[in-house]
Design a protein around this ligand. Structure first.
Ligand SMILES: [Fe+2]
Length: 358
């Protein structure tokens, strides 16, 4: 295998990268460098049947070329998917099929012990005729990508399991108090609507979801007698309640290793003017997630019926949040909150259930 060195280097670059699209881009770049093939499409295969394009090199010339390239890649990939074999197209067949644009094409299945995991598709013009004899070499070169696809799948499954556990935990906390049913999920929905307006990146968005779902998890550690108390709380009881962000941060800190999730939980009762709890942080000392969840949490509290008063109409609650901009809330977050509210009022609709004052 003459390209052994290149294959070793490629493996070192890809294995453990945990970014499928980037791994596919690196592989496609090496295929281009080693074999001079410009048009490479790399697909992952989900559940042995769903194709998804990880990277396509040669795209971007113009829209018509892109559409044609994508549909040819997809056709060949679908052929590999149904036959589970190497597909080689050349000669007249290739000229006809690719409207004279390409002289040959190669489609390669990438297998793991879990089945078909990926497909490489190459389109070659007459100068870089797709050589069938490099297919074994290409499969070996693609092994790190195949391994990354398998580990991404396992990771996604673990993440799903983790999220469903978190969801169960959040609803258990909400259910602990008769007035808070659905609170964590609504606060999550509102937080994510704000984050969408901020164009938050995908990974932060996922973390925000977990942080918002778990923001009140620390209530698990607060006595039900205090949480459910109907009358006025004593100072000691209020001090106990004020511990729930720190308790929550401690619990979640043991499960997740994230620089964002835990501070979001810890800071969700901090105020922009420094008068919040548990640490009296001020302005941007308060984590971004904490500042977002604070707005979402307060909006849900205001639009929920409490033991001593009815829910506020949505518009009044929005005005109240705006009124408190710069005092209780970060003005930047309030701006995104208002934009999100104006854009899609459906997100903020809710069944009218009772919510506690906490
Ligand atoms: Fe809270």
């Amino acid at each position: 295998m003459k390209n052994l060195r290149a294959i070793i280097e490629l493996s070192q670059d890809i294995i453990g990268l945990q970014e499928l699209e980037r791994s596919a881009e690196i592989l496609s770049q090496r295929i281009r460098d080693l074999y001079g093939i410009q048009y490479v499409g790399l697909f992952s295969v989900e559940n042995e049947q769903h194709l998804s394009l990880l990277h396509g090199s040669g795209l971007g010339k113009d829209e018509i070329t892109n559409i044609k390239l994508l549909s040819w890649w997809e056709d060949i990939a679908n052929e590999v998917l149904s036959t589970r074999k190497v597909v080689i197209i050349s000669g007249d067949l290739a000229r006809q099929r690719f409207e004279g644009g390409f002289a040959s094409a190669l489609g390669l299945p990438l297998f793991s012990s879990h089945g078909l995991k990926g497909i490489i598709v190459m389109l070659c013009d007459s100068d870089s005729f797709c050589p069938g004899d490099i297919s074994d070499e290409l499969v070996v070169m693609s092994m790190p990508l195949t391994a990354e696809i398998v580990s991404a799948e396992l990771y996604a499954r673990l993440e799903e399991l983790f999220l469903s556990t978190i969801l169960a935990l959040a609803s258990a906390v909400d259910a602990k108090h008769p007035y808070t049913r659905g609170h964590s999920e609504r606060v999550t929905r509102y937080s994510m609507a704000i984050a969408q307006e901020m164009e938050m990146d995908k990974s932060a968005f996922k973390d925000l979801r977990i942080s918002a779902l778990l923001h009140d998890v620390g209530k698990i550690g607060i006595s039900e007698n205090v949480l459910d108390k109907n009358g006025k709380l004593t100072d000691d009881e209020y001090d106990m309640i004020k511990q729930h962000p720190s308790i929550g941060a401690r619990i979640v800190g043991k499960i997740v290793n994230s620089e964002k999730i835990v501070p979001g939980i810890l800071d969700h009762h901090e105020r922009y003017d420094g008068k919040g709890y548990p640490n009296g942080k001020k302005g941007e000392e308060i984590s971004l997630f904490g500042r977002i969840i604070a707005v979402a949490d307060t909006f849900d509290a205001m639009t929920s019926t409490r033991a001593y008063r009815k829910a506020l109409p949505f518009q009044i609650a929005v005005e109240e949040i705006v009124y408190n901009s710069g005092y209780q809330f970060d003005p930047k977050i309030v701006k995104f909150f208002v934009q999100a509210y104006e854009k899609n009022k459906d997100i903020w609709q809710r069944e009218n259930i009772i919510y506690s004052a906490i």
